[in-house]
Design a protein around this ligand. Structure first.
Ligand code: SAM
Length: 278
């Protein structure tokens, strides 16, 4: 069960609603796409799923059919009445009106230590939201999310590519990520200007490299803030020549050329010389 294009239009009209661009409201109106996402989510009655940005409930209803325990988060009070009506008969769905950027995740996810995020994410918060969930919410073990194609490419990017940035390092630090599908702009109402991709992000049992998170990302953020500069300039004042030498990282390289292992060794060299990264 999900919503077609005409059902979505009818619901919006009946409730006097118009999609809000400021909240990234592009609703999926092609049942085939919704079913594809629910299938890729690969969840069943033993699983706990949190959907961020449930909208009118098109994906929520498809997720409910898998039997999983679904928590549907939606910020927009205007959509809540429709979402509640559409999921009223789904006894495994809990609807929560919250801003996902301000949520008390520990409390929301208290029912289980293992959660899967399945969502067509609002484009305006997709990147910080995924980054925050990886950094701060270990209960989220896996994410199957639809995001703008360019954002997906950044999540999965490898060194030496234009798309490789601080968020790619972050995703790689905590997780493995891969693009599992492409989605045309034509499946949304209203139609966005860009295509989307489906990305699967699976949390690792522990970070892939030994450098401590806070210190390593202080360096990573600095490095990518001026990504065209050589590292010896971009990291001037924090990393000294001896740190480059000890870690074997080329001071003339640019941030986008360093692997996670390079970032980790550089961070550990700074820590062992000065006790901290600042
Ligand atoms: N899941 C629906 C679908 O696939 O048709 C709607 C997806 S739409 C791309 C994104 C949804 O996220 C909108 O319903 C929007 O109101 C909601 N949203 C935007 N910002 C949010 C936030 N900070 N917290 C929770 N929901 C948010």
């Amino acid at each position: 069960m999900t919503l077609t294009r005409s059902q979505t239009s009818e619901l919006l009209e009946r409730f006097g609603l118009a999609p809000r661009r400021s909240l990234g409201q592009n609703f999926v109106v092609e049942p085939e796409t919704v079913r594809r996402i629910a299938t890729l989510a690969a969840v069943s009655s033993d699983d706990y799923v949190v959907e961020i940005g449930a909208g009118l409930g098109a994906l929520t209803m498809a997720l409910a059919e898998t039997g999983a325990n679904v928590t549907a988060v939606e910020i927009d009070a205007g959509l809540l009445a429709v979402l509640r009506e559409n999921t009223a008969r789904c006894h495994n769905v809990r609807v929560v009106q919250e801003d996902a950027m301000q949520l008390d995740w520990k409390q929301l996810l208290a029912a289980s230590p293992h959660w899967t995020v399945v969502a067509n994410l609002p484009y305006n918060v997709a990147t910080p939201l995924v980054a925050d969930l990886l950094d701060d919410v270990p209960q989220v073990q896996r994410l199957l999310v639809m995001v703008q194609k360019e954002v997906a490419q950044r999540f999965v990017a490898q060194p030496d590519s234009e798309a490789f940035g601080a968020v790619s390092v972050k995703v790689g630090y905590w997780a493995t990520a891969r693009i599992v599908g492409e989605v045309s702009a034509a499946v949304f109402l209203p139609r966005p200007r860009v295509a989307s991709s489906l990305v699967e992000i699976t949390r690792r049992a522990s970070p892939v490299v030994p450098a401590p998170f806070a210190e390593m990302f202080t360096l990573v953020r600095r490095g990518f803030a001026t990504r065209r500069k050589m590292l010896r300039r971009a990291l001037d004042g924090v990393v000294v020549a001896a740190d480059f030498e000890v870690s074997g990282v080329d001071p003339q390289a640019r941030a986008e050329q360093l692997s996670l292992d390079d970032w980790s060794r550089l961070t550990l060299a700074v820590i062992s010389r000065s006790g901290r990264v600042s």
